[in-house]
Design a protein around this ligand. Structure first.
Ligand code: SF4
Length: 318
């Protein structure tokens, strides 16, 4: 997609200096040379297992911590330190809705505070509008409730309403449905789609579940162990995955018609990001790995259907 993205990570790397359980200094190589672009009126899903760097990337996009190298761009301009203006544009919705709500205060207080903080009118009608936007009706009833009086899905809706209170252009959802009952996950996904279509928001939907990514997103990005390995239009990525890890995710998702490639991949966890495998980090688990996979990360290859991948299987010999 060629138009200027609203928010983008451009060739971003994040290493954390920390200490291991024995007090030794270590570097966690959480995100390596990753590029991701978000556009108005579109949902991009970022898919991968736990520990793949998805949350770190979302927090880099939200300026919770600085990049080690690369750039975060807002409307094509590098972001130099985030202030109130940045957070008026970019909001992060957490996995646990309690994380963004004051549990001792009623819903209307939580929303009023966010409105006031960003200089917006915070009358009753504005609270009602926000609650109606996230389909919490009758709004007057929900406004007077404490967070613990709501179901998980209702709390996540309030957290989304709180994020919307600052009138953002970008919403970053970090596994926003993973802590919710299965029965209400679809409601929240439909709400994200509604915000894309009616408010024109640029949305990032982070998930480990590629089936839900397919349901709601326009584009899919796939991360493995801190590296971005595949991306493109959602349906093309699902129908014709080019990277063996994406094939594993697709085959492992609940669809009885597919169960072939996943059975050839040895079970296992993503590698340690303190001492990740060289080359393609998927190579210890990849049944198709070649010699070059163990030494060098493959270059990106683009396909006519708009997808791209970093896998030596797709790199033509010179
Ligand atoms: Fe497998 Fe090699 Fe492709 Fe990595 S680059 S997914 S190890 S074939």
């Amino acid at each position: 997609m060629s138009e200027v993205s609203l928010l983008a990570a451009q060739d971003v790397t994040k290493h954390f200096d920390t200490r291991d359980g024995f007090g030794r200094h270590v570097i966690v190589r959480a995100v390596e040379n990753v590029t991701l672009r978000l556009h108005s009126g579109r949902i991009a899903a970022l898919v991968g297992e736990s520990g793949s760097g998805k949350t770190t990337l979302a927090r880099l996009l939200a300026q919770f911590y600085p990049v080690t190298s690369g750039e975060i761009l807002l409307r094509g301009e590098p972001v130099k330190g985030a202030g109130k203006d940045f957070y008026s544009d970019v909001q992060l919705v957490f996995q646990d809705p309690f994380a963004s709500l004051n549990s001792l205060r009623r819903v209307d207080h939580n929303l009023r505070r966010a409105l006031k903080l960003h200089g917006h009118p915070a009358e009753e009608e504005h609270i009602r509008e926000l609650l109606e936007k996230v389909n919490l009706t009758p709004a007057a009833d929900f406004a007077r409730k404490l967070p613990h009086e709501l179901s998980g899905g209702q709390r996540q809706r309030v957290a989304i309403a709180r994020a919307l209170a600052v009138r953002p252009a970008v919403l970053l959802g970090d596994e926003p449905i993973s802590m919710l009952d299965v029965s209400i996950r679809l409601d929240v996904l439909n709400l994200l789609a509604q915000l894309r279509d009616e408010e024109g928001l640029a949305l990032l939907y982070i998930t480990h579940d590629i089936a839900s990514a397919r349901y709601v997103s326009d584009e899919i990005y796939v991360m493995y162990a801190g590296q971005m390995v595949e991306g493109g239009p959602a349906e093309s990525v699902i129908q014709d995955p080019k990277h063996p890890y994406t094939r594993l995710l697709v085959d492992s998702s609940p669809d009885p018609g597919r169960a072939t490639f996943a059975s050839t991949v040895p079970p296992g966890e993503p590698p340690s990001l303190v001492d990740p495998p060289p080359g393609c980090r998927f190579h210890p688990r990849c049944p198709l790995a070649r010699a070059e996979c163990t030494t060098e990360f493959p270059p990106r290859v683009d396909f006519p259907d708009g997808t791209w991948t970093n896998c030596w299987l797709n790199v033509e010999d010179e």
